[in-house]
Write a protein that binds this ligand. Sequence first.
Ligand code: FES
Ligand code: FES
Length: 160
Amino acid sequence: MDNTIQFELNGKQQEIQVDPGLKLLWVLRNHFGLTGTKFGCGIGFCKACTVMMDNTHVPSCQVPVGQINGKKILTIEGLAQNGSLHPIQEAFMKHDAFQCGFCTPGMIMNAYGFLQKSPSPNHEDIIRAMDNNLCRCGAHVRIVEAVAEAATKMKGGSQS
Ligand code: FES
Ligand code: FES
């Protein structure tokens, strides 16, 4: 049976009628057309589907949409502000931190959640934080460089 779910999506209040057991990933992609959030494994392993739920980054393929009632969801589409890319997005572009790009939205949202909680990470912290996000193209070295640069920029107060 469908439930009414109210939540904030990329800064805008939303209300939908949906099976509360449906996973957030499919609501984002199919209901809202936000296809930046990727389906990789569907079992919580690859993290291609990472989004922010309140202050935590979560694999959206594992989150029943019934759990997001009253929460704030931020996806890759909501990261740029006023036409300007977020510093993490800029750093990924500058460092060519992707090849096919399939893992990139999940990588960026994971980095975003990580840097909210750890604004001054060292190299090992970044490797540990990004390690569970899989990249089949092997861009991890450039991804770590990009996250390090984004951390420095964000501490400078350009954007958070
Ligand atoms: S698609 Fe969600 S963790 Fe792989
Ligand atoms: S850039 Fe292709 S999977 Fe990471």
